[in-house]
Design a protein around this ligand. Structure first.
Ligand code: AMP
Ligand code: ZN
Ligand code: ZN
Length: 419
């Protein structure tokens, strides 16, 4: 595989044209590069240093790599939406994997919510591209099944008016195997130029699942990492066989920290659970005091704790760039990395992994590898924030930069071959 990469991804993208140019012989089509954004959920940045990822390591060697900082909170949906919108969760509105909105009392956003109401605050790159006449296709990505910008007429129905989706998209289904996902992308690349997508997303969940079950340092997790690397190898090989040049941007949404039932903060030990309502628990907890109980909740939460810190949402430290969105609950508690917040103490011994912690924690750093004709082989870059990925994608697609983004393409200025 290593030997073949320069052919596919090198700057000149030499395609194997026939040796003779005779009008009776069809000349191989000169393909334009496709941009493929791949997410390997929960692929911690340092997994790349374990010596078990020959394909990803070869891609990094031919392009660029970095330990990328996720946005806060380091959860799946907020960060996938950041990667494609260029905005932090506080601004794009997907503030957690599960949250409520005062404008929709009684409703809860979950990972299954596809009502555009929840998603409409920030435009994803595939919508920007489609509006500019650039065809897109998504082989899974949080939010890619949403008719973005549309409106759901009746909340209990799934019918939506208006809105833009990728030209091709798939309803998320964890049972679709990684090989099927890669095959779907390669099949899109077999199409004639007019219907072949120019921006593709591809998503793999297995490394995150293993990380939660077994923790970041475990042979099972290594197995999932090695499997994901083989899936990347299949993608590269399929593109090579088609002579399809590609700018690959391979990312993760966050890393993974080891957790244990011996590192749990039980909320019911701090104050009477009748005084508040708990939304999320885990690496962070979101808390809404019951009516008239604010002072008591504040007294219990805002004092110093050994392994967690709580704030009123407006007092969350500025570096986390979180706390102004109405969807964030009034009180927010963040556990020390590796600790978890629960409603009650665990009843049985357990260990595994989790994420959602401080986005500056090294354990939360995420994979970033990019290579293809648009990139110089510049090696390892300094860490950057994942709000910078959407600006990079805009450069790769020839789209103008957004005026209201939270990031920029500065980290990539020296490594892009041409703008
Ligand atoms: P987290 O709880 O933050 O670890 O979320 C990871 C989980 O999100 C994975 O196990 C996936 O199965 C799930 N997931 C990823 N993409 C989607 C999607 N588009 N729709 C629903 N669930 C998803
Ligand atoms: Zn994730
Ligand atoms: Zn996860």
């Amino acid at each position: 595989m290593k030997r073949l990469l320069p052919l596919l991804l090198g700057a000149s993208v030499a395609l194997p044209l026939p040796a003779f140019a005779d009008s009776t012989v069809p000349v191989a089509e000169s393909r334009q590069p496709v941009t493929i954004l791949v997410s390997i959920d929960g692929f911690r940045a340092d997994y790349l240093d374990r010596g078990i990822t020959p394909n990803l390591s070869a891609l990094a060697a031919h392009g660029i790599s970095a330990a990328m900082r996720p946005s806060f909170p380091s959860k799946t949906f907020p960060n996938h939406w950041t990667l494609v919108t260029g905005k932090v969760p506080d601004h794009h509105g997907i503030v957690a994997n599960r949250f409520e909105d005062p404008a929709r009392p009684g409703e809860v956003f979950t990972m299954a919510s596809d009502d555009p109401f929840w998603w409409n605050a920030a435009e994803p790159i595939w919508v920007t591209a489609e509006k500019a006449g650039i065809r897109t296709a998504t082989m899974f990505w949080p939010g890619s099944n949403v008719a973005w910008g549309g409106q759901r007429e009746k909340r209990e129905w799934s019918e939506t008016t208006g809105g833009t989706r990728p030209s091709d998209w798939q309803q998320y289904n964890q049972a679709v195997t990684p090989v099927q996902r890669v095959s779907a992308v390669i099949d899109w690349m077999r199409r004639p130029a007019a219907t072949r997508p120019k921006l593709v997303t591809l998503y793999f969940d297995q490394v995150d699942t293993a990380g939660h079950h077994y923790g970041p340092v475990d042979p099972h997790t290594d197995e999932a990492i090695a499997d994901a690397d083989r899936d990347i190898g299949l993608l590269v090989e399929g593109l090579r066989e088609l002579g399809q040049p590609a700018n690959l941007v391979i990312v993760a949404d966050h890393g993974m920290a080891a957790t244990s039932s011996e590192r749990v903060i039980a909320l019911d030990k701090l104050t009477d659970p009748k005084l508040y309502d708990v939304g999320d628990t885990g690496p962070f907890a979101t808390i809404t005091p019951a009516k008239g109980k604010d002072a008591k909740v504040a007294a219990a939460l805002l004092k110093p704790h050994d392994h967690m810190q709580c704030w009123r949402k407006q007092d969350i430290p500025a570096r986390l760039r979180y706390g102004t969105n109405p969807r964030i609950a009034p009180y927010f508690c963040l556990a020390k990395t590796g600790w978890e917040i629960a409603k009650t103490a665990p009843k049985e011994a357990k260990s595994g992994g989790s994420h959602g912690y401080d986005n500056a924690a090294p354990e939360m750093a995420a994979l970033f590898v990019a290579t293809g004709p648009a990139f110089r082989p510049a090696g390892k870059l300094a860490a950057f924030d994942n709000v910078d990925v959407a600006p990079l994608l805009r450069d790769l697609l020839g789209l103008p930069q957004a005026s209201d983004g939270d990031g920029n393409d500065t980290p990539f200025g020296p490594v892009l071959t041409a703008k």
